[in-house]
Write a protein of this length. Structure first.
Length: 301
């Protein structure tokens, strides 16, 4: 890596063209291309995507260029930033996730990744799956974890896991002595329903409706966390996703298996047209590895 290579990189980034960069530097287009190729080899990753005569910077190139412009730094520091980008140790990642996993699981995953990659920055947003899909489609977040697959052409969806719902009851409830709670066991019980904006509400209601099991549904909770508070106060029982029940330490609440099975899916949602970014790809792989262990633990419980 040398000053001439960095000057060529800056000129291409500023002008958006190898030809115009050559004019700025008073050298030929092939000479600029050669300097850029040498700089890419020094960095250890691609800086530009080339399609015919068109050249567009990668996200790594933009991150490196912003750092160069901000700091007006020397060759040594640029080399260190390039090394950090190559090793996925530099940059920012934005993630959207449905509320249960955003509160209970992802913070630990994000922090574990941050400890190994100290120069990374994260933005974690909790949002409903419909809003999450829109955010990924608009590339407001790099990727999302949703309970619904994407239904927009701008995104791609990958099914990750299927988890079993659980029943939560006040600890002193007679049914809490059982290992598994069947829907029939909850006939005429005070039932805490999730809000109509929660997709799982319809899955749970369908189970009771198909079995013709009556419930006394006097209270709706907008989120599963609120349902836990009502159950702890002995206002009723509820069926929720197992992530919300993960590591439940409230001794006022008993968590039990629920039959028939109510399944909660986890989907990875990514923008279809997004440019690849090594740091994001690395964090996605890290997250999927951790979720694999987490899902196995939940389904084995």
């Amino acid at each position: 890596m040398n000053v001439r290579q960095i000057e060529a990189f800056q000129a291409v980034m500023a002008s958006g063209s190898v030809t115009r960069a050559g004019e700025r530097l008073s050298i030929s287009q092939p000479a600029v291309s050669q300097l850029i190729a040498q700089f890419e080899r020094s960095c250890g990753f691609r800086l530009f995507n080339r399609q015919g005569s068109k050249i567009t910077p990668t996200r790594e190139a933009e991150a490196l260029y912003n750092e160069v412009q901000r700091m007006f730094i020397g060759v040594g520091q640029i080399a260190r930033v390039a090394t950090a980008l190559r090793d996925q140790n530099w940059g920012s990642v934005s993630v959207g996730a449905f509320p249960a996993i955003a509160r209970r699981v992802l913070p630990e995953i994000v922090w574990s990744f941050c400890e190994a990659h100290p120069d990374t920055r994260f933005r974690l947003e909790s949002m409903r799956s419909r809003s999450l899909i829109d955010a990924v489609a608009a590339q407001h977040v790099d990727f999302g974890l949703s309970i619904l697959p994407g239904d927009r052409p701008e995104v791609v969806s990958a099914h990750l896991h299927r988890l079993r719902g659980v029943c939560i009851l006040p600890a002193g409830h007679p049914l809490a002595e059982r290992h598994t709670i069947h829907a029939h066991d909850l006939a005429n019980e005070d039932f805490i329903s999730l809000g109509p904006q929660d997709h799982s509400r319809f899955m749970i209601d369908r189970v009771f409706d198909e079995l013709k099991v009556p419930r006394r549904s006097r209270i709706e909770a907008g989120q599963s966390e609120t349902a836990f508070s009502f159950v702890a106060a002995k206002a009723g029982v509820a069926v929720v996703d197992p992530i919300s029940a993960f590591n439940n330490e409230d001794t006022r609440i008993a968590v039990r298996r629920f039959e028939p099975t109510v399944e909660f899916d986890i989907w990875l949602i990514r923008p279809k047209a997004a440019r690849s970014f090594n740091l994001v790809d690395s964090f996605v792989s890290f997250t999927l590895e951790r979720l694999e262990v987490f899902a196995s633990t939940l389904n084995a419980a």
